[in-house]
Design a protein around this ligand. Structure first.
Ligand code: SAH
Length: 272
């Protein structure tokens, strides 16, 4: 019996799917894709006779039925989800249902949109001594958020934060970020449709970002990025500091030793 393949579609650009994901899509007999966010151009990779379902208009039961039928008929079934399915991907409920009907699955990860967004801006979330952690979160919507995980609570850390699914309430997000402790001049970026052709990136501070978001009519498919990693301050990492000795780049003696080690391993390879 075949399996269901969960595949991360990436953030938008059809070339940002993994090679493994692409191969699975190319071989698929059935694809169920998240039509609200997955770039439909990815479906160009599918065979002509591939059966295609848009999960945006299906409920969980219907999705599982299509998967189960496909697997029982020994077809290649791909569940194509936006970004990576481990972030707000509703994969847990699908997996639980598949377990109940004894249908197997495997997972091929994708590039999450929060990585598409940092690439769009050319920034690093973990700038040395500025921030070494990233909080991925959302504001409550129809899906509640545990109280301990409120934006205000997380804001206390003043680390890098990426907020999903919340741009439609940008004013409330900003209010909570300030209430939690970020200074009003903290840099903020909003990236709409990262890596899509109509991507838009807005930069500002907690004081003016909401107005910019409204002026540009952004109310969905966007991420709010907050923190000093977006600002002017930075420190170099130790990794490329010429005075910092580590396993791969030693001091002079160390260098001699590592080049000797390299030559020995080449020799071993040749002998082998
Ligand atoms: N699993 C997805 C997230 C799904 S939740 C991932 O890994 O990215 C849907 C939310 O993700 C959207 O409301 C938006 O906040 C964000 N999102 C998805 N694609 C995006 C993109 N290309 N650019 C900006 N935000 C995006």
């Amino acid at each position: 019996m075949s399996k269901v393949h969960f595949v991360g579609a990436g953030p938008g650009d059809k070339e940002l799917i993994t090679l493994k994901g692409y191969k699975l899509l190319k071989n698929a007999d059935i694809v169920i894709y998240a039509g609200s966010l997955v770039n439909p151009e990815l479906l160009d990779y599918c065979k002509e006779d591939c059966e295609i379902y848009n999960s945006a208009v299906m409920d969980l039961g219907e999705i599982i039925d299509v998967m189960e039928r496909g697997v029982r008929e020994n077809k290649e079934v791909v569940r194509l989800q936006t970004g990576d399915f481990s972030i707000y991907g509703s994969i847990r409920e699908q997996v639980e249902e598949l377990n109940k009907v004894d249908v197997g699955f495997d997972c091929t990860p994708g590039v999450s949109s929060f990585l598409g967004a940092s690439s769009a801006l050319g920034v690093e979330y973990t700038v040395p001594e500025i921030s070494q952690s990233v909080i991925i979160t959302r504001m409550e919507g129809r899906t509640p958020v545990p109280e301990k995980e409120s934006i205000q609570e997380f804001a206390k850390h003043q680390t890098s934060m990426v907020i999903f699914l919340s741009v439609q309430e940008i004013e409330k997000v900003v209010e909570r970020l300030i209430e939690g402790g970020y200074p009003e001049d903290t840099p903020v970026a909003v990236v709409y449709k990262a890596t899509w052709p109509d991507e838009m990136a807005l930069r500002g501070t907690l004081t003016d970002i909401a107005a910019k978001v409204r002026e540009n009519g952004i109310n969905k498919t966007a991420l709010i990025m907050v923190g000093r990693f977006l600002g002017q301050d930075y420190n170099n990492s130790k990794l490329y500091d010429k005075d910092f000795v580590h396993e791969y780049r030693g001091n002079e003696d160390g260098e001699k030793y590592s080049s000797l080690r390299l030559r020995i391993s080449h020799l071993c390879l040749q002998l082998w």
